[in-house]
Every structure is written in structure tokens, then in C-alpha cells.
Design a protein around this ligand. Structure first.
Ligand SMILES: [Zn+2]
Length: 380
């Protein structure tokens, strides 16, 4: 791809030869020095060498991930459920390259019996639909497609455009929830997505995410008095703390229980306000970070940090302690523990790394927003 940029420019010049003006604009776009993706590509970032994050992620995946071990992990997971239900797994299917590849591999290499499902949001292109038909037929798999009422979808599009500046909210939610509905209805215990990895960065700090998270908490509390957020934020900092490590568990939020302040109506209104702020607090962070490249070192750190969660749950969490002491069903009490966690003797991150940053800048309690004197001034 040495001349990738020149090649892309030649192609664009051919397409727009007759018009002149667009050629100049498109030729001046910044492009990845390796794969020629333009700066207008969604979520693209360039590093100092002008290489894009897609190329870097590819590099990372090739060099840092033990794919043989991953394949064994997947095989073991599939074997655990194989042949026990009408279908071995659900495969959410869009007709695009990721889900087609996933389905092909599952059927040919892993020999599963899948139930393939598509949420049709109303914008699937004719070629995608043809690809889907062909793939389903050639692989010989069972297939379900759900297309919600267009009248409902139109209302949802208007509403999500008005509220979120994004008309396709029914697409984002539908493609994730429909496969789960089918899995529950058909009692299929496994759902296998052909999606890029997304979860690994939740143990790394980002200033804007911390500010956003706490801003939402502040907004949820604001109608109920200026002093409420500082009070519950400090309650959170002191509860979610590991005394044996002398270390906060996370970046905090707000914490309360047995809440009856100012009577029933106002307590319900407050809890509702907190609930209503959860998705606006969480989803944007998830969306910002889900494409961040990660590999085995980040995975190791994630497992290590999950150990802190486990320590908190077992040693301090009131719900867990109450559950164990009161002789409840132990599997239910411990259901909130992570499936995998790791401990490493006297682990200390190298100075200047994002891991060190987490301990030095993110975990120590601080006022990301809404320090008491600021709240007093802004009022409510
Ligand atoms: Zn690139």
C-alpha cells in the first residue's frame, strides 16, 4: 500500500473529472498513510506517523493476541452447550462482512447448529438482503427476521432525532435487543456476535468520561437541593473504598440507601431521576470507547483490576455479607462476581503508563464537577 494515497486520489479524480471543484476538496482530505482511509471516516484517528487507528488495531491484533488460545476458549464454550437445546447458539446477522464471516466459521469450522436472526430496521440495502438470502441458503441454517411496524419506527425516528440528534435509535437498540429476545424465547443459551472487541478499556481512565459521568449524577440530584450531590458523592467515596489496600474502588458516583427523605413522593421522584440519568451517563462513554484498540496487556490489567471488585464484594459489600450471613442461596449471592479475575503479587504499574495514571489521577477522590462552592453559586 505504498502508493495508497496516490491511488485513492487517482480514483477520486476519475470519478469527479467532470466537476473540478469536488476533486480539489477530496484530494485535500487527510488520509491514513498506510490504508488511505480519509479523515471523514467515522471515528478515525491518526497518530504521529499518520497511521490510522484501524491499521494500528489490526497491527495490535496480529501481534498481541494469542489466537490459538482464543480459539480453544471459544471451542470449549461452544462444547459446553452443544446439542443440549434446539439450537446451539443464536447468531445475530446483518448481512455484512463481520456477521457473514462469523456465521461461516461457526458452521464450517465449529460445526454448530445456529439460529440466525436479523433485526430489520428498515434501511437494509437490496444487495445486503440478497447476500443474506444467498448465505442462509448456502449454509443451510434456520433463519428469523423481525421488522417492526413502520408506523412505530417512524414515530421512534422522529422522537430519537428530537431527543438525541440521531434518527436511527431504533436501529442501535433493535439490533442488540432482538437477538436476546429470541434467545430467551427459544431457550438458546449462547449468543455469538461478529463484532469487534469492545469491553477492555473500562479499567483505563479518561478525564472527559469522569466529568461526564459525574455531571449526570449532579444533574440527577440538582432538582432535590444543591447540597445533595456533594453529600451522596462523598457517601459513595467512603463506601466504595478498600481499607486493606487503602485504595478507592473506582471513580465513584453517588451512593444512598434506605432513602425516605422528604417523604414518599419526593423520594420516588429522586430515585426516578437517578434512574433516568443512568443511560445518558453510561451509553456515551461506552460509545466513545468501544472501538479503542486493546490486546493482551490491557486484558491482563482488566483481570487484575477485577480482582479489586471481587475483594470489595466479598469483604465489604453489605448485600453480599448480608446474603452470606442470612443463609441465602449462595449462587445468587455471588452472581455479581466477575467470571474471571486475576491477582498478581505486589503489582505496581510502570511510571508514566495509563495503568499508573489510573492509580495516580483517577482513583483518588476528587471533585470532577460540582464541588460544593460551585454548586452553591449555580443554585437550582
Ligand atoms: Zn489506516
Amino acid at each position: 500500500m505504498q502508493n495508497a494515497k496516490e491511488h485513492a486520489q487517482r480514483e477520486i479524480a476519475t470519478v469527479f473529472r467532470s466537476t473540478g471543484e469536488p476533486t480539489a476538496i477530496l484530494n485535500n482530505l487527510r488520509r491514513c498513510s498506510r490504508c488511505a482511509l480519509p479523515e471523514t471516516h467515522e471515528t478515525i484517528l491518526f497518530d504521529e506517523e499518520g497511521v490510522c487507528n484501524v491499521c494500528r488495531q489490526h497491527e495490535y491484533k496480529q501481534s498481541q493476541i494469542d489466537w490459538t488460545a482464543r480459539e480453544q476458549e471459544l471451542s470449549a464454550l461452544i462444547d459446553q452447550y452443544r446439542g443440549k437445546h434446539d439450537y446451539d447458539c443464536i447468531v445475530p446477522f446483518s448481512g455484512g462482512k463481520d456477521s457473514t464471516f462469523t456465521l461461516y466459521e461457526l458452521v464450517h469450522r465449529f460445526k454448530v447448529k445456529p439460529l440466525v436472526v436479523t433485526f430489520d430496521h428498515g434501511f437494509l440495502r437490496p444487495t445486503t438482503l440478497e447476500n443474506t438470502d444467498r448465505t442462509i441458503r448456502l449454509l443451510g441454517v434456520d433463519y428469523l427476521k423481525f421488522r417492526p411496524s413502520w408506523k412505530v419506527v417512524r414515530k421512534l425516528m422522529q422522537e430519537s432525532l428530537r431527543r438525541k440528534g440521531d434518527f436511527c435509535w431504533h436501529c442501535h437498540t433493535g439490533i442488540f435487543s432482538y437477538p436476546m429476545h429470541v434467545a430467551v424465547k427459544f431457550k438458546v443459551p449462547l449468543v455469538i456476535w461478529g463484532e469487534p472487541s469492545s469491553e477492555y478499556t473500562s479499567y483505563y481512565g479518561y478525564d472527559e468520561d469522569c466529568i461526564h459521568w459525574h455531571q449526570q449524577a449532579l444533574d440527577a440530584c440538582r432538582p432535590f437541593g444543591a447540597s445533595l450531590y456533594p453529600e451522596l458523592k462523598q457517601a459513595c467515596d467512603s463506601y466504595f473504598f478498600l481499607p486493606h489496600r487503602n485504595e478507592p474502588r473506582g471513580i465513584g458516583g453517588i451512593f444512598f440507601d434506605d432513602w425516605t427523605r422528604d417523604g414518599f413522593e419526593r423520594s420516588v421522584a429522586f430515585v426516578k431521576s437517578v434512574g433516568d440519568h443512568f443511560l445518558p451517563a453510561y451509553v456515551p462513554i461506552f460509545e466513545r470507547r468501544m472501538q479503542t484498540p486493546s490486546g493482551e496487556p490491557e486484558r491482563r490489567f482488566q483481570l487484575y483490576r477485577r480482582g479489586r471488585y471481587a475483594e470489595f464484594n466479598l469483604a465489604i459489600d453489605r448485600g453480599t455479607r448480608y446474603g452470606l450471613q442470612s443463609g441465602r442461596r449462595v449462587e445468587s449471592v455471588l452472581a455479581s462476581l466477575p467470571p474471571l479475575a486475576a491477582w498478581q503479587y505486589d503489582f505496581r504499574p510502570d511510571p508514566g503508563t495509563p495503568e499508573a495514571d489510573l492509580y495516580e489521577r483517577f482513583l483518588p477522590p476528587k471533585w470532577w464537577v460540582g464541588a460544593p462552592h460551585v454548586v452553591d453559586k449555580s443554585g437550582d
